[in-house]
Write a protein that binds this ligand. Structure first.
Ligand code: TYM
Length: 338
């Protein structure tokens, strides 16, 4: 394999608001990797992915701008990183088509997110939802990205991205696409619902109390944590004591991720505490870390023209990287005129 420039790519769908799950599972890592200095970093609002399920057009516009504000408010610097929305760089969809011809039906059918999202009504799901992971592979590989920070739920999609890169390279006898490394790190790679410790925290959960939104104000954040479901036992003195206590485990993980420490350290410091004591500490920590993000998002979304300007500039920078990769891909595949 040739040496590839260390390059990070990741994306978030503008299909509703950002949650604490997005922040702790992915966005905190985006910022760390940007500031690390060892990588070029590229972050994307994946609007083409969002429309694999129905999106009201006006809401999609607002959600894309709000997501951009979220990236910046959590620490992404549009000068240091390339920040843009997917539809504005046509090469994503173009490479996505090539990868739709590389990926196999059987690979897609095994995707647990496809099974969960399409449910019993698969015949009525969009073709785009089925082919979603091929476009995701294109998002990553159009930049020859080497590292992809994501939450636990994207792991299978990233394995498929590796399979697509390997099959393309084998089919055409080239060493063109890198085999990317997933970066699934931190204390909270799978943040669970505050109402049900067996379900992932999600923007699509009908209960707003199940999640903390990055747009929630201090009162809402504190109230949701106070009301979070827990069990009646105090916190144990070691991590094994959290087995079979998913709600307690979730709050410990959230605390650790917000405080930039490990779940072990949180347990050590709070051993034996009742939730009536632990929850107010967690609420204070969450408000201190998250309320400034929500305030900054509000400030930024008040100026949509500035956001659009930043996104246009980001797309221009992204295109400059994507164009030569698509051209070379077309040559490899045998497209006259490439
Ligand atoms: P999306 O928009 O559902 O989520 C964005 C990121 O947030 C993470 N995440 C979580 N992490 C921990 N706990 C949770 N409860 C939680 N909920 C969400 C996700 O793992 C993800 O990292 N398919 C992707 C978007 C995408 C993409 C890409 C990602 C499209 N192309 C290329 C990486 C590279 C998605 O739907 O993420």
């Amino acid at each position: 394999m040739p040496d590839f420039t260390p390059r990070v790519f990741s994306g978030i769908q503008p299909s509703g608001g950002l949650t604490l799950g997005n922040y702790l599972g992915a966005m905190k890592r985006f910022v760390d990797m940007q500031n690390d200095g060892a990588y070029e970093t590229i972050y994307c609002m994946v609007d083409l992915h969002a429309i694999t399920t129905w999106q009201d057009p006006a809401k999609l516009v607002a959600a894309t701008r709000e997501l951009c504000a979220g990236f910046i408010a959590t620490g992404i610097d549009p000068e240091k990183s390339i920040l843009f929305n997917q539809s504005q760089v046509a090469e994503h969809a173009q490479l996505g088509w090539i990868f739709s011809c590389v990926a196999r039906m059987g690979w897609m059918q095994r995707m647990t997110q496809w099974k969960d999202k399409a449910g019993k009504n698969a015949q009525n799901a969009s073709l785009g939802l089925f082919g979603y992971p091929a476009l995701m592979a294109a998002d990553i590989l159009i930049y020859h990205a080497t590292h992809v920070p994501v939450g636990e739920d994207q792991k299978q999609h990233l394995e498929l991205t590796r399979d697509i890169a390997i099959k393309f390279n084998n089919d055409y006898g080239v060493e063109f696409f890198p085999v990317t490394e997933p970066v699934i790190e931190g204390a909270a790679t799978r943040v669970m619902s505050l109402r049900d410790g067996s379900k992932k925290m999600s923007k699509s959960d009908p209960s707003d109390a199940s999640r903390i939104n990055l747009t929630d104000d201090a009162d809402a954040i504190a109230q949701k944590i106070r009301k979070a479901r827990t069990d009646p036992k105090p916190l144990p003195s070691d991590l094994e004591g959290l087995e079979d206590r998913p709600e307690a485990r979730n709050l410990v993980n959230i605390y650790a991720a917000l405080a930039d420490t490990s779940p072990e350290a949180v347990i050590r410091d709070h051993a034996g505490q009742q939730f009536s004591t632990f929850k107010p500490s967690l609420a204070d920590l969450a408000v201190a870390k998250l309320a400034p993000i929500s305030t900054e998002m509000q400030r930024l979304t008040a100026d949509p023209a500035e956001i659009d300007r930043l996104l246009a500039r980001g797309a221009q920078r992204a295109r400059a990287l994507a164009e030569p990769v698509l051209k070379r891909t077309y040559e490899i595949v045998g497209m006259v005129g490439a």
